[in-house]
Design a protein around this ligand. Structure first.
Ligand code: ADE
Ligand code: ZN
Length: 331
């Protein structure tokens, strides 16, 4: 099973580029930028990755991003992730970035997106990894801040495929960003949002109906509402599920309790993703492996999960067909 998973061609749809910052790179960038860290070494930083919920993770995650200062830093971060894609046979990836985390520290939009975009172009050319880029608004910040961010992104619109919504979910419902998302849709951005990770099933309804999202990031709390599950099945609305993330942030008490295979077998278009792999203990292969180890996922279920990611991705249909055929040929 391990070698079957390792060799399987994959598509990733839920990956925060700031969440790929490994402790080794954190220390290297801190040194390069003359920043002192509140940790003695790589091991003590990694030892701090012990989370009780989403917020306890986000506090460390935003602090970690402080070492990202220059365009080269964003390039190196993105490049390191793309190298991992090659290692895990990820053929196509749709990446989130959080501009507000950096703008609020005085880093220009151009610096952030310039580094990420250049690495994505190089990844396509030299590693054969295709990609899309999704700009997320931080939901704990104001609507006004989201509008300012949208405005700042416009000179780089050709490099951004869609917008998303992340950060502290409970207490920051989709409605708070209804007008920003309407504007983004009007401007031609595709739309996704985190919903139903820690927040209630009603946030998933509202992401779909108020924000007009075409996918839901996480969405595992949909099981609390059978009508919602029926809708997800009927409309083939994809969920970008992140098993190791859910375990680390205690959305489920153990991997054996995870509902991804139940949702798959009910006909929901669930997909496997790594979210913030540097913080949650694994990239794509480890996320699939966790389902095999703890939920006894069969090869047939793993094949369906991989094909769901192709269905749910934003590539043109012709390119999807190529990926689908690679997966089927491999299986
Ligand atoms: N930002 C990075 N990872 C996140 C997650 N899992 N949920 C919400 N916001 C995030
Ligand atoms: Zn996420």
């Amino acid at each position: 099973m391990e070698s079957f998973i390792a060799g399987l061609p994959k598509v990733e749809l839920h990956l925060h580029i700031e969440g790929t910052l490994e402790p080794e790179l954190t220390f290297a960038l801190a040194e390069r930028n003359g920043i002192s860290l509140p940790y003695a070494d790589v091991e003590s930083l990694r030892a701090a990755y012990n989370f009780s919920d989403l917020q306890s993770f986000l506090d460390l995650y935003y602090q970690g991003a402080d070492v990202l200062q220059t365009e080269q830093d964003f390039y190196d971060l993105t490049w390191a992730y793309l190298m991992r894609c090659r290692q895990d046979r990820v053929m196509h990836t749709e990446i989130f970035f959080d501009p507000q985390t950096h703008l609020d520290r005085g880093i220009d939009f151009a610096t952030v997106i310039g580094g990420i975009h250049s690495a994505l172009v190089a990844g396509r050319k030299t590693l054969g990894v295709s990609s899309c880029l999704i700009m997320c608004f931080l939901r704990h910040l104001s609507e006004e801040s989201a509008f300012e961010t949208l405005e700042k992104s416009l000179p780089f619109k050709a490099w951004i495929d869609g917008v998303g919504l992340d950060s502290s979910e409970v207490g920051n419902p989709p409605q708070k960003f209804a007008r920003v998302f309407a504007k983004a849709c009007e401007l031609g951005f595709r739309v996704v949002a985190h919903a139903g990770e820690e927040g209630p099933a009603s946030y998933i309804w509202d992401a779909l109906d108020v924000l007009n999202t075409e996918r839901i990031d996480h969405g595992v709390r949909c099981v609390d509402d059978p009508l919602l599950v029926a809708r997800l099945v009927a409309e083939r609305i994809p969920l970008t599920v992140c098993p190791l993330s859910n375990l680390k942030l205690r959305v489920f008490d153990s991997m054996a309790d995870h509902n991804i295979l139940d949702l798959l077998d009910k006909g929901v278009c669930v997909t496997v993703n790594s979210d913030d792999p540097a913080y949650f203990g694994g990239y794509m292969n480890e996320n699939y492996q966790a389902l095999a180890d703890s939920l006894m996922a069969s090869k047939e279920q793993i094949r369906r999960l991989a094909l769901n990611s192709v269905e749910a991705c934003w590539l043109p249909e012709k390119e999807k067909e190529v990926l689908r055929n690679r997966i089927l040929a491999y299986v």
